[in-house]
Design a protein. Structure first.
Length: 351
């Protein structure tokens, strides 16, 4: 099993500058590369301070120049907000810049608040149509001349300029059986996140992936990645888990505020939904967050990851967006690198 870092600049108030957040993200990436991580993943979000990334491309291009081995993952590009020629060309350019280290994830998008601003109010639930049309088009453009006459995009004979050094691995963010099946059928790797659900959700998502493999026996087995909020605390700090659980609770209450799309953001900020809203939602209790997300001592985390490995998970992505200050994130990542990763050295694969 290989490890990757999933990271954004996240800003919870105006006391930390965007420049400082950029430097913090860079530091975490350099730590991850030195620690043997395979990939750094940066997503796409618009007009929201708590996950800052209007495009993963400039950040990844900068990181390409600061690193030598780690792969640079766009995780994920929101298909309805892009044209296939831009996706193909920008991904190929990043692959050239990084000398073959680009990986691209594609998703349909989730926040209606973003679709209201980026796609003319199109329902977010309709984003899957763009994803399904885009995947084969981008792959064709990387190969050579291609003309497209689709439901969403139409363009005459074109190609990706530049061409990638190697064809970037393509990942699909999947949850329902249809999205798993689509990804596998088109030879794409699959990235899943159980969010606040426990390991029974990891098993369910893995079973959907396995069903998709069975439906497409002619396709070589793609990779399966699990993305989890992760916080590692020291063995001699028995209450250390509470720091991570409270921070992840805040993160998801903020997610709820943005996802609900019922308030107008103020200068890119929305306050977290109030705790009392979730009084009847057991998954928001700190003990539940401790159990369901990847929180624990190094030994506890190793045990969980061994289970994932036995399930057939190829990559575990350390999701460090959690509302904690940078120094706390560094402490957690350092413990993971120094005390968790060595337990998997024999099984680590560089992508």
């Amino acid at each position: 099993m290989k490890f990757s870092l999933f990271v954004h600049m996240e800003r919870w108030d105006e006391t930390v500058s965007h420049r400082q957040l950029f430097e913090d993200l860079t530091e975490l990436t350099l730590m991850a590369e030195a620690g043997g991580f395979s990939t750094v993943w940066i997503g796409e979000h618009h007009a929201m301070e708590y996950t800052i990334s209007p495009s993963p491309m400039p950040l990844l291009a900068y990181l390409a120049a600061r690193t030598t081995r780690i792969h640079l993952g766009a995780g994920t590009i929101i298909a309805p907000f892009w044209h296939p020629l831009r996706v193909a060309g920008e991904c190929a350019l990043l692959d050239v810049i990084s000398n073959g280290r680009m990986e691209v994830g594609l998703a349909r998008g989730a926040y209606q608040v973003e679709f209201d601003r980026m796609a003319g109010g199109m329902p977010a639930s309709e984003g899957g149509q763009a994803l399904r049309e885009m995947v084969p088009v981008v792959k064709a453009l990387w190969q050579g001349d291609y003309a497209h006459d689709g439901d969403i995009w139409k363009f005459p004979t074109s190609t990706s300029v530049p061409k990638p050094v190697r064809t970037p691995p393509m990942w699909i963010a999947a949850r329902d059986p249809d999205s798993h099946n689509f990804a596998v059928k088109h030879g794409c790797n699959v990235m899943v996140t159980p969010l606040m659900k426990g390991d029974e959700e990891v098993l369910d998502l893995k079973n959907k992936f396995e069903a998709a493999l069975a439906n497409n026996p002619e396709v070589p087995r793609p990779q399966l990645m699990v993305l989890r909020h992760t916080h590692v605390h020291a063995e001699d700090d028995p209450d250390g888990w509470k720091v991570g659980a409270a921070a992840i609770n805040r993160f998801y209450r903020t997610f709820d505020a943005w996802f609900g799309n019922k308030q107008t953001p103020a200068n890119g900020f929305l306050p977290p939904s109030p705790e009392e809203k979730f009084a009847e939602r057991p998954e928001f209790a700190l003990e539940s967050i401790r159990k369901n997300t990847m929180i624990g001592t190094p030994a506890e985390v190793i045990t969980r990851l061994r289970h994932y490995q036995e399930l057939g998970v190829d990559e575990f992505s350390f999701w460090c967006d959690n509302s904690l200050p940078h120094e706390e994130k560094k402490k957690s990542l350092k413990l993971f690198i120094e005390q968790v990763v060595p337990g998997f050295r024999g099984t680590l694969k560089q992508g």
